[in-house]
Every structure is written in C-alpha cells, then in structure tokens.
Design a protein around this ligand. Structure first.
Ligand code: PLP
Length: 468
C-alpha cells in the first residue's frame, strides 16, 4: 500500500471533511499533503501539485515562505497567546495601526475575530447594534445581492444566496432583502460592464428607497462574487452604492475576505471605486494563508456610538476566544511587509497580463461562454450551449472532471460548478501560468466532450454550484 493510501485510510476512518460529500471518497482519492514549498504542495508519495487556488484563496506568498516562517518563529518564543479582553500585546497593536494606515481613509478602529464568517457576524451585529444605540429601532434588516456568499454561520448564510449552501437551512435564516446582482456575465450582448452594472443599480436604489427605514446595512462582495462562480462587476456599482447608502442612512459593509490584499489588482477592491465603507471585513490572505484571523474595520463615528458608561449597556459584548492571536498577528505583519518591500501590487500587473494572454484562446472554445478576469483572478465558464449560455445541469459535475485531470497533471484546480478558475499565489511565474492554462484547456476539453452522465429530473433546482 502506498503512503498516500495508508494516510487516506486513517483519515477516512476518523475525519469528516468540510464542504464534502464523504461518499465521494469511495471513488475520489483524498490527497494527504506531506509538505508545501512556494507554489507547490507535495503528497506522501512525492507527487507535486501547483496550488492554483491558493488553498481556498488564502495563500498569497507561497507555502513555507521563509519570511513569514521566521516572524512566526520569533513570535513563538515571546508570546503564543493571551486573551484580548483586558490585555493587549505588541503584534496586535502594530497590526491594527498598519491596517488603519493601509485601508481607505476613515476606517479607524479594528475588531478582530478568528475566521471570515465570524468577521461577517461582527459587522452585521455591530450595524444592527449601532442603530439601536442611536434609538433607530426599526433598522433591523440587511440587503444583499443574489448569488452572494459571506460564510457559513447562520447570519452569514442569511446574507448569502448560493442555494447549495443555504437552501437546507432556510427555516433558520434571517429574512433579508435580496437584490439582483450586477453580475456582468448576465449582461445583454453588446453592453459594457460599466453600463450593465449601472443599469442593475436601479434595483438596489428601489429597495433602499422603499425600505430604508427598516434597513441597517447593505452587504456586498466588491467586484467579484467568489463562491457564486467568480462572477464579476464594474466598480461604478460600488460608487453608486456608497452614494445611495449615504442618502438613505444605511451602512455599507464590504466583504473583502476573498478579494482583499491585491486579488482584484489593487490592495483593496474598494479603492477602484474610491470609496470608504462603514465596515470592511478582511480575512484569508490577511495572514498570508498561515493562520485563521479576520479583522473588521470601522469608523470612529460607529465606535463612538458604543462608547459610554458600562451601565448604559451600549457596549459591544462580542468575543471569540482566539481574538487577536499573536502568532496570527505576526504572520499578518510579515505578509504586509512582503507587500510593501516587494512592491507586489505593481509586480502583479505583469502576472495578470500573462493570465489574460494564456487563457484568451479559451474564449473560442465551443463550450466556453466567457473568460473573465479582474486582476489576479481569471474564471472560465463552461456551458452546454454557447449561444444561449445554457448551463450544464449541476448534477453532471463537469468541473469535477477538470479537477481530476488537473490533479493527474500536477495542479490543484478546484472548479466552482462549471467555472474553472485560477486564483494563484502571487509568487507564481509566467511559465507556471502557461502550464496551468494548458492543463485547464485539456481538462475543459475532456469535461465538455464527456457524454451527459445523469438524467436530470424535471423541476430539479438549477442554480447549484459544486463547492469550491
Ligand atoms: C467573500 C467571503 N466571505 C466570507 C467567507 C467566509 O470565510 P471563512 O471560510 O473563513 O469563514 C468567505 C469564504 O470563502 C468568502 O469568500
């Protein structure tokens, strides 16, 4: 028995994996990873895979990055953890100062949690609580876009709209307003991204106009709806949204958990719209992909609405045990150093251009409806019929065929439904980008040539994406 098989068997005897139908592993081998180095992951049998999706969008400077490793090792000898209520420490203070300096002007306070979903919970609870503290008791509801994803906890699911993840739990969810997404994949032929995004804003304007007295906040993923299939839109939508939120006295929450830290071509996506949100949620690449941590940044105005005598009960009494963990802060500080010292945002422009040129030919593929890109994210949408953009039935799991082919060829490409995408670490080379494009082209050929593998029952839901 190979080492991979032996670890796989031990794993499958005791683990329950995230976002996985465990029965799939009767056919689909689980891959135990022994080590990572740079863009590579290596399994126990010595096979190597390019991490083309940055291990669920977190790893920006490669695995076992010497600079991040060293910073964590140094921190480990000083302080591994202390609770953050009543206590503080150097890395959390330095990290907060740097985040305030780095993010758009007006964001002056940082609240830490330990993953993206809990960061979202904090922004929703803070917004709701702010309006209560201001005596605006009717402002209790949230507005979100169709096809959004904001995490897996119950309130985060409530503001999400990817049916695969939320449908089962509907009876548990908050009642939110869902406004049609500005998703430019759905724009009419001949219409620009900007025009389409602007036109789609009318739905948001109408919801805010009619319901603003009930609404605490609007929450969106700026520029890229990640788990919803890497659907993209134009920054004009964010500009219009900021103006409308101001006009209607509604908070704007930007979830940059997936897109923050350079993914869209700027350090933060909201820079492209030149706006400051009321809440900015960061996580994933914040620690370079090393340790779980999220940061919610907000304004001094918001902070002041909670600042009072204890007995007024205006305080935000929310906590997570590992809030502000010093090792995670050290990883984040090292990550920010690399952004600064290596001029990463500028250097990424050449890589993004190569991602565009390497994948451009796929637009002519008979079963590819679109190749789209925003900065360091490229997505290729496979369809059953190109002219009408008819999707493959989700039950056929075409993306899984691309995944399996890519693994054989030494790449970790994990599609979202029928959307193949690259979200690589920024340490990828141009040659490695070319290799990924080659593997993706082969995988798409194989996946789209395969005969339909299932009969789809009439009335079955159509808007499911396989998990990414
Ligand atoms: C946009 C967005 N928000 C929130 C989350 C949830 O983050 P976490 O998985 O750390 O809870 C994700 C995770 O993929 C995400 O993409």
């Amino acid at each position: 028995m190979s080492l991979n098989d032996s670890w796989m068997q031990r794993d499958l005897a005791v683990l329950w994996h995230p976002c996985t139908q465990m029965k799939d592993h009767e056919q689909l081998p689980l891959i135990p990873i022994r080590r990572g180095e740079g863009i590579w992951l290596e399994d126990f049998d010595g096979k190597r895979y390019i991490d083309a999706v940055s291990s669920w969008w977190v790893n920006v400077f490669g695995h076992a990055n010497p600079r991040i490793n060293q910073r964590i090792k140094d921190q480990l000898d000083q302080l591994e953890h202390v609770m953050l209520a009543g206590f503080s420490h150097q890395p959390v203070i330095e990290l907060s100062e740097r985040l305030v300096a780095l993010t758009p002007p007006g964001l002056e306070r940082v609240f830490f949690t330990d993953n993206g979903s809990t960061g979202i919970e904090v922004s929703l609870k803070m917004s709701f609580h702010y309006w209560r503290n201001c005596g605006r008791l009717t402002k209790q509801r949230f507005v979100t876009l169709t096809n959004s994803y904001h995490g897996e906890t119950v309130a985060a699911m409530s503001v999400g709209d990817v049916a695969l993840f939320t449908d089962t739990y509907k009876p548990l969810l908050l009642d939110t307003f869902k406004v049609p997404s500005p998703d430019c994949y759905l724009r009419p032929e001949g219409v620009s991204w900007e025009e389409h995004s602007r036109t789609m804003f009318a739905h948001m304007e109408q919801t805010l106009a009619e319901h603003h007295e009930e609404i605490a906040a609007v929450i969106v993923e700026p520029l890229i709806q990640g788990a919803g299939g890497m659907r993209m839109y134009h920054p004009i939508y964010l500009k219009l949204l900021r103006e409308a939120c101001d006009r209607y006295e509604v908070h704007l929450i930007l979830d940059e958990i997936a897109v923050g830290f350079g993914r869209t071509g700027t350090m933060f996506a909201c820079e492209q719209a030149e706006i400051t949100p009321d809440f900015l949620c960061l996580s994933k690449a914040l620690t370079g992909g090393y340790l779980p941590m999220a940061a919610v940044l907000t304004t001094d105005k918001l902070y002041q609405a909670f600042y009072d005598d204890y007995s007024t009960l205006r305080a935000f009494l929310h906590s997570h045990t590992y809030t502000g963990n010093p090792l995670a802060c050290a990883a984040a500080l090292a990550t920010l150093d690399i952004f600064e010292q290596d001029n990463v945002i500028e250097a990424n422009k050449a890589l993004a251009a190569r991602m565009a040129s390497a994948t451009a030919h796929l637009a002519d593929h008979p079963n590819v409806a679109e190749v789209r890109q925003t900065g360091m994210a490229v997505a290729i949408e496979m369809v059953a019929d190109k002219a009408s953009k008819t999707p493959y039935p989700w039950q056929e799991r075409r993306g899984l065929k691309v995944y399996q082919h890519a693994l054989e060829r030494g790449a970790l490409l994990r599609p979202l439904g029928s959307v193949v995408y690259f979200l690589p670490p920024y340490t990828i080379t141009e040659e490695q980008i070319d290799f990924l494009a080659e593997v993706a082209s082969e995988g798409i050929d194989i996946a789209t040539r395969a005969a339909a593998s299932v009969t789809v029952a009439p009335g079955a839901p159509v808007n499911f994406h396989d998990p990414g």
